[in-house]
Ligand binder design. Structure first.
Ligand code: M6R
Length: 598
């Protein structure tokens, strides 16, 4: 939610800020803006819409300077408009601020500041913060920011500059920030992708920390003013990983990257018939596991429940993080909470972890982004190593999460002293090859996209371990093509959704040849009898061909691996349908990649 970049150094400031923002655009794209310090003044330029609008507005600009901050917005308070875009500034136009997060005591602060004569021009909560900093400013920006934050409730990742100071002050509580260290230049950013083409040396800020950067120094303190000694990390991601590499969209690139990303998740983790994980947590005596997540990661959690319960017989509960945190959950001694998150920044998932920890649970994370807040909050965990996922619609993270969950289930079984199935381990090692084959043979789905682009509704049906695949297939379609889609357990269809079925309704069946196969065939017949258009994802040929209008044929795999294979044609279906509709696949309306507000 919202992306921030700040720069202080000798390079062309507009290109550093604009290229940084374009890497952060996946975090929000309602509006954008920047501020550059120029001859003792602050110049602020803001635009409604995507970064391209801001970039176009600056194309003829000769604006230059050595200190600047920029922001891409996902609106929380106040509609997406130029006026509400960041940076915001104070009454004297001496201070500029960009903010990610929500100021919860916005109303009381606004009232207080207005009584003192501040003119607050927008409905944006962030604007009160810059006025609060102005109130405390007496020649030292860092001190003023610290003072202002001591009165601030809520979440923030901020970068602030003053017209008379050659530095940027940044602080975080609940919204990620990273400092990038270059040669006579420093950066501040919401995540490393914005600065990766300049430096790989970074300092991750923790909650309630403040960093003051000049072009040569970075001083970090806690919000109480004590100086902190922070570790400088070396980022492992490459620049190529955040480029489209010839693909039209990141989403398509990430779909086709899955053979590699799955191989990365597996690398070094299955050795000589054993699963090797450095979990940092003893799982041998676990009594119950609670998996929590949001969105696509929650769908992985539902499949993870199957893996863990089937392989270890340990009971697993799956909770939406946003529900878990507010419903007085019961935690027993010996419970482990597993939190799944691609970004490692999702606010609800983080809050659920904190709640579980407070009640005595041990926590594990299944996270993609190394060094993210959730990765640092949990007691131990598994990184996906899937590389950066830039498309808002999650694809390679989903399959990586499934592989990580399967490894976790196998590892728990092994730690309990039970023998692992060697064939399953071999099949797991062979998975990247099967994923590659499936993707290659699914490319022809592109020819069908035109037929579905005008559909109003889709139904996705699956059973057992493939029911969450139906949920995920439906989510993929609705979030990028704006076609209403529902995922349902196939047997539940008769209890309501079948009323929707007519000749205009495409119904996608996930129909692997497993113990649920016969039942799925009956469900298909019920749809056929009502003239629904059947699309089947199946490893079975002839029989399905008779019933289904379209079959996406996939390789036969064992039950545990079938969700990973079956989701692939559904990812492509949603991509091609959205693309043929001419929609912005990587930046679907109203969404942001990383949901750092509740
Ligand atoms: O980064 P996280 O995995 O915690 O994100 C959770 C959801 O916001 C995310 O999966 C969302 O549902 C995606 N847009 C799905 O494609």
């Amino acid at each position: 939610m919202c992306g921030i970049i700040g720069y202080i150094g000798h390079k062309d400031i507009l290109s550093v800020l604009i290229s940084g923002l374009s890497k952060l655009e996946y975090r929000g794209y309602d509006s954008s803006g920047l501020c550059v310090q120029n001859s003792g003044n602050l110049t602020i330029i803001r635009k409604c819409g995507k970064i391209a609008e801001l970039s176009a507005a600056l194309s003829q600009s000769s604006l230059s300077g050595k200190v600047g901050i920029a922001h891409t917005r996902w609106a929380t308070h106040g509609e997406p408009s130029e006026k509400n875009a960041h940076p915001h500034s104070d009454c004297t136009k001496s201070i500029a601020l960009v903010h990610n997060g929500i100021i919860e005591n916005y109303h009381s602060l606004k009232e207080l500041l207005e009584k003192e004569g501040h003119v607050i021009e927008t409905e944006v909560d962030s604007e009160v913060l810059v006025h609060l900093i102005e109130k405390f400013y007496e020649g030292d920006l860092e001190e003023a920011v610290m003072n202002a934050l001591s009165y601030t409730e809520g979440t923030f990742g901020i970068a602030v500059m003053h017209k008379d100071e050659q530095r940027i002050v940044a602080a975080r509580r609940g919204s990620p920030l990273v400092v990038g260290i270059g040669e006579n230049e420093m950066f501040i950013a919401s995540d490393v992708s914005a600065i990766l083409n300049h430096t790989k040396r970074v300092i991750y800020l923790n909650d309630n920390e403040i960093a003051t950067i000049t072009n040569t120094h970075c001083v970090t303190k806690n919000l109480g003013g004590e100086i902190l000694t922070k570790k400088v990390d070396e980022v492992q991601w490459t620049i190529d990983a955040i480029e489209k590499d010839g693909f039209e969209h990141f989403m398509l690139k990430e779909i086709f990257e899955q053979p590699q990303s799955i191989a990365n998740t597996l690398r070094g983790r299955v050795v000589d018939g054993k699963v090797k994980l450095s979990l940092n947590v003893d799982v041998k005596n676990v009594k119950r596991i609670i998996i929590t997540a949001c969105g696509t990661s929650w769908h992985s959690a539902l499949i993870g429940k199957h893996f863990i319960e089937n392989l270890t017989r340990i009971p697993v509960e799956v909770d939406y993080a946003s529900e878990f945190r507010y419903r007085k959950p019961i935690i027993y001694p010996g419970d482990i909470m597993v939190a799944i998150s691609q970004s490692g920044e999702t606010a609800d998932t983080l809050a659920a972890i904190k709640e579980a920890k407070a009640q005595g649970a041990t926590t594990l994370g299944i996270v993609n982004v190394v060094g993210s807040t959730i990765a640092r909050e949990v007691d131990g965990g598994i990184y996906l190593h899937a590389g950066p996922e830039m498309g808002v619609a999650s694809t390679k993270a989903f399959t990586g999460q499934l592989v990580a969950l399967l490894l976790l289930a196998l590892y728990i079984k092994q730690q309990k002293g039970e023998k692992l199935d060697n064939e399953l381990l071999e099949d797991l090692q062979n998975l990247p090859t099967l994923v590659k084959q499936t993707l290659e043979s699914s490319k022809k789905i592109i020819d069908l996209a035109e037929d579905f682009k005008d559909s109003k509704d889709f139904l996705y049906l699956g059973r057992g371990i493939n029911f969450p695949v139906a949920l995920e297939g439906a989510l993929k379609l609705k979030e990028i093509s704006y076609i209403h889609a529902e995922g349902y357990p196939a047997a539940e269809m008769k209890h309501g959704p079948i009323a929707l079925v007519d000749s205009h309704m495409p119904v996608v069946f996930i129909a692997p040849h497993d113990s649920t196969y016969e039942k799925i065939i009956s469900n298909m017949q019920e749809i056929k009898a009502r003239k629904g258009k059947i699309i089947a994802v199946s490893d079975k040929g002839a029989e399905i061909q008779k019933l289904a209008d379209i079959v996406f044929k996939v390789p036969s795999v064992r039950d545990e691996l079938s969700p990973i294979i079956n989701i692939l044609p559904l990812q492509l279906l949603s991509y091609y349908v959205a693309n043929v509709k001419g929609l912005d696949v990587d930046k679907p309306r109203n969404l942001a990649k990383s949901v750092t507000v509740e």
